[in-house]
Design a protein around this ligand. Structure first.
Ligand SMILES: Cc1cc2nc3c(=O)[nH]c(=O)nc-3n(C[C@H](O)[C@H](O)[C@H](O)COP(=O)(O)O)c2cc1C
Length: 190
């Protein structure tokens, strides 16, 4: 099934949608980094908030990224996958989560939270990765402000994001090749 989906993406120009769900901008920026790396690798990429996407027509492959809050993927990412489940199941899809406010995402592969794992299985995702997160010192909102007193910082690893996207671009060009550029962390399991 994965091979069939990947073969569909073999065209002259592959067009990828990077759909993201972010609350405070950190995940949106990761999505932009992915889009930029895909374009650098010769893949046509659009980066859009998941909540604004009503059709996947015209896209050969999709990346869905969502921030983690209180152990859950952002609702816009969850609803996007639910809404577009059939269309996603027909395309190669990669998922990412962002959140940990420490170096854990740098140090080892972090499994998707339950809802993301379920979504990955449902659509036959090619892979999932968890990237570190960012919380600004002056974050708004009661919980965020409380957390920021102890955990403010930027743990996003732009190099890891870029190599993950580069692996994806390579995979889209040559289905069957490794879908990740960061072995051991940004792995292919859903
Ligand atoms: C109230 C609150 C709850 C959070 N819960 C989680 C969590 O369950 N898991 C996690 O990895 N990160 C968690 N985080 C960290 C955020 O995911 C991180 O700050 C993220 O990068 C924010 O992304 P955004 O700027 O796109 O909203 C939490 C942050 C806040 C403020």
């Amino acid at each position: 099934m994965k091979t069939e989906k990947s073969e569909r993406s073999q065209g002259v120009t592959t067009r990828v949608l990077v759909a993201f769900a972010s609350e405070r901008g950190g995940t949106a920026e990761i999505a932009e980094w992915i889009g930029a790396e895909l374009r650098r690798a010769g893949v046509d990429a659009d980066v859009r908030p998941a909540g604004t996407v009503s059709t996947l027509d015209g896209y050969d492959a999709v990346v869905v990224g969502g921030v983690l809050y209180e152990g859950r993927w952002h609702g816009d990412a969850r609803h996007f996958v639910r809404r577009q489940a059939n269309a996603l199941a027909r395309r190669p899809v990669w998922l990412f989560s962002s959140g940990p406010l420490d170096d854990s995402a740098r140090d080892h592969r972090i499994e998707p939270v339950r809802g993301v794992a379920k979504a990955a299985r449902r659509i036959g995702a090619e892979g999932h990765v968890t990237f570190g997160g960012r919380l600004e010192r002056d974050a708004r909102g009661f919980m965020a402000a409380q957390l920021a007193q102890r955990m403010a910082g930027d743990h996003r690893d732009r190099g890891a994001v870029r190599s993950w996207a580069a692996g994806m671009a390579a995979h889209l060009r040559t289905p069957g090749s490794a879908p990740t550029g960061t072995p051991g962390r940004a792995g292919a399991s859903g």
